[in-house]
Design a protein around this ligand. Structure first.
Ligand code: FAD
Length: 370
């Protein structure tokens, strides 16, 4: 078992902050603290992916050159451990490969479970394969009508208008995480592009043969390939046998206070989708959590008073779901819009340049080496 102590990158007088999870929230808090603390980032993969660009990448794999970023590109003064965290004690994190990493402060940011490629190179080649699958298919089945399924359908019909796309959704409306006005607008847009949308049915993916899929309603769908776009569970099961086991709620989310500390733990924070904050689980909110936490950690590490800690206020409902390269459907607190105006905000670059800038990288440039 390898023990990693906080003695690299700037001297032993600095506190060690261990961040578990290098997604939207974890990458940002690690980057923000790297010159004021000994930062150790533990992630099961060696890269950060801008998740909201992943559907564009499936129709344009070169987009991933900017949206899949090696951790080492932005975390130039931190320590990166590429392994799965499997346990936490009051003072250490244990990884699957046997590292025992001591911390002064811990940030848990493990978000959602995903099937992942371990390296950036593997991830880029996986996207090439998915692109080939789409390109060579005449008919495509998308299972799931949440934001991922709707955005994927939008990308395919805009770039490949001749392909037959069928979307099957278990629920009564698309985009159930936001209001029904947005659902209806998205449905009208998709049907105007000849997408067949089937509601309140599921697809048995174990009984597919010769491109024939069976739905729970007894229908058959013919498709050359399918993409599963259903919601992913939280990545918190690994916490069930740890010092944080009593801090998980019924949904497997970590209970946090207004400063984003895990309740009952003075030196452990949790940020991003894994928290029990009552708001939509969105990346831009996960980034805000990261900034509040970085601020609080800087204060605590320099001996500041707890009463001066920054407070996080849950975000209001705001979501933009892109519909191909130019259009989108957006829900803001006072209105719901579809078309080119919300599309102008998101759909061209999908905030990739912005997310790269937030990590201190050039928006349009790739430093990554294959
Ligand atoms: C397709 C798609 C489109 C989206 N579009 C938008 C959008 O347009 N706007 C928006 O604001 N949000 C969007 N979101 C939501 C946004 O991506 C999430 O809210 C955000 O990723 C949450 O960040 P996070 O850091 O909490 O978790 P994640 O980004 O999920 O990161 C979790 C990280 O933890 C790692 N991990 C998990 N378990 C372990 C473990 N045990 N040990 C080590 N590492 C571990 C994972 O590898 C991953 O790197 C979208 C999500 C998806 C999937």
């Amino acid at each position: 078992m390898a023990a990693i102590e906080g003695s690299w990158g700037g001297g032993g007088e600095k506190k060690t902050v261990v961040v578990v999870g290098g997604g939207v929230a974890g990458s940002m808090v690690a980057k923000s603290l790297q010159f004021v603390a000994n930062v150790v980032l533990i992630d099961q993969k060696d890269y950060f992916e801008i998740s909201w660009a992943s559907l564009r990448v499936m129709v344009e794999p070169s987009f991933a050159e900017r949206s899949v970023i090696n951790h080492s590109d932005y975390l130039t003064n931190g320590h990166i451990v590429t392994s799965t965290a499997v346990n936490i004690t009051e003072s250490e994190v244990l990884t699957a490969q046997g590292d025992l990493i001591a911390y002064d402060y811990l940030v848990v940011a493990t978000g959602h479970m995903e099937s992942f490629s371990r390296t950036r190179i593997e991830k880029l080649s996986q996207y090439q394969e998915e692109f080939k699958k789409i390109k060579s298919a005449n008919s495509i089945l998308i299972v799931g009508g949440g934001p991922t399924g709707v955005e994927l359908a939008g990308e395919i019909v805009v770039d490949f208008p001749d392909k037959k796309v069928t979307l099957v959704h278990r629920g009564p409306r698309l985009l159930e995480f936001i209001g029904s006005k947005a659902s209806n607008k998205a449905l009208n847009w998709l049907t105007s592009k000849k997408v067949e949308v089937i509601f309140q049915q599921s697809v048995d993916l174990n009984s597919v043969s010769d491109g024939i899929y069976h739905t729970s309603g007894g229908e058959t769908i013919t498709a050359d390939c399918h993409f599963l776009c259903t919601g992913k569970p939280l990545s918190s099961a690994w916490l069930k046998e740890t010092v944080l086991k009593n801090r998980l709620d019924m949904l497997g989310r970590l209970k946090v206070d207004e400063h984003l500390r895990v309740r009952g733990h003075e030196n452990i924070f949790a940020i991003g989708d894994i928290t029990d904050i009552s708001e939509l689980k969105q990346g831009y909110l996960a980034q805000r959590h990261a900034l509040v936490t970085a601020k609080n950690l800087k204060l605590l590490m320099t001996g500041g008073k707890e009463s001066k800690m920054a407070t996080y206020k849950p975000g209001s409902t705001m979501a933009i779901v892109s519909l191909g390269r130019k259009e989108a459907v957006a829900e803001f607190p006072f209105m719901t819009l579809i078309g080119c105006i919300p599309g102008l905000i998101k759909s061209k670059d999908l905030f990739v340049g912005k997310a790269r800038k937030q990590l201190g990288l050039k928006p349009g440039h790739t430093e990554n080496k294959m």
